[in-house]
Every structure is written in structure tokens, then in C-alpha cells.
Design a protein around this ligand. Sequence first.
Ligand SMILES: N[C@@H](CCC(=O)N[C@@H](CS)C(=O)NCC(=O)O)C(=O)O
Length: 218
Amino acid sequence: MPLKLVVGNKNYSSWSMRAWLALRAGNVAFDEVFIPLYTGAADKQRILDFTHSGKVPALIDGDVTVWDSLAIIEYAAERFPDARLWPEDRRSRAHARSISAEMHSGFAALRNECGMNLHRPVGAIALSVEAQADIARIQQIWSECRTRYRKSGPFLFGTFGAADAMFAPVVHRFRTYAIAVEPEVKAYMDTMMALPAFQEWTRAGLAETLVIEKFEIA
Ligand SMILES: N[C@@H](CCC(=O)N[C@@H](CS)C(=O)NCC(=O)O)C(=O)O
């Protein structure tokens, strides 16, 4: 039975993007179940029918249901080792897991103030000190990775992996909100934006016409 990945609107759903990108760029085959977000009780119930968390993404693999983006990526890494989602080297893997967990649990100010919205015209907005600190920390994370792993390739740990998937929506946020970035960070963003799976997600998001008003404020 093929895997099923339940995702929300590609224009807005940054957590869906992370899991989807890890699977797609990792060449893991799956069927996609799209459920529009914040439309009312019926669609919410469709999500609840897959996962009691009531949130997307969720991955269904036969009788196994995995919810929450990072848990899905961990499951995929274990189930599909050929996808090489985590670095082979134990120290690099610890590093990759640390920054992925930091992304998963942190950067609330950036996430609140600069929601992912692929349709939004590019333009800067005034950001809080907290969001600016989030941006500085993310640039530091990416630059450290590039310095340490540049010899192995252009992604955070050389080849594409889980950490890139976890930070992918931030690439869109930095681009959409015209965040000034260091040249090395820009080069990494260009690498991500050239990734076929990243482009596939983005094209599909831009083709959507559903608007979620509460995400159209910034
Ligand atoms: N910590 C979760 C967050 C999931 C999440 O907040 N998903 C949002 C969409 S990006 C959602 O399902 N919202 C729909 C709702 O709350 O009804 C993860 O990493 O997957």
C-alpha cells in the first residue's frame, strides 16, 4: 500500500512543506491527500479522521500513522535509509538533528510576523527585535553549516537532507519579506530554490486560489 501524506494548502502550510519536501527530494514515493486549512468543521474533521492531533502534515504507512513534521521526517529516515535524510557521520547527524529541533521548537517571532505566503508580493515589513534576532540566529546556523560542510556539496550538510527540509519555508520567508542576508546565505537560498522538489511545491502553491484571510495580514 502506498504511503499517504496529508498536507494543507501549499501556499501557506509551512509544516506540510517540510515533510513533503523531505519525502519528495528523498525520492520516497507517496500519494498526497490535500485538505484545505481553516475552512470550517468539515475539513477539520477530515484531518481528525487521519490524526487526532487535528494538524497537518500526517503520514499514513499502512497501520502506522505519524504526525508532526519532524516525527514524519525521522520516520521516513528510518524507513527509507536510501533517502539519506540524516548525515552518515554521527557528529554531523547530531548537528543536523540539533538545528532541525531548534527550527521545530523555535523562531516563533519570525514565524508569527512573516508567515509563509507564496503569493505575497515581495516586500519588507517592520520586524520586532525578537524576529530580527531569529533571523540573525538562522543566518548563523546556515553559515556555520556552509563553512563546515561546503566540501561535500551546496546544502546544509553537503547533500540535501532533513535539515534542509526543516528550514525550507524560511527560504521562502526570507525571499518574500525581502530580508537582507549575507552572500553565503543568499547562495544557500539559491541552492534551495533551484531544487526541483522545492520548485514543484512552489509552483503548486502559486497555482492555488484559496485565500486564508488571517494569513494575509503582513
Ligand atoms: N508541530 C506541528 C505543527 C503542525 C501545524 O501547526 N499545522 C498547521 C498547518 S501549517 C495546521 O494543521 N493547522 C490546521 C488547524 O489547526 O486546524 C508540525 O511540526 O507538524
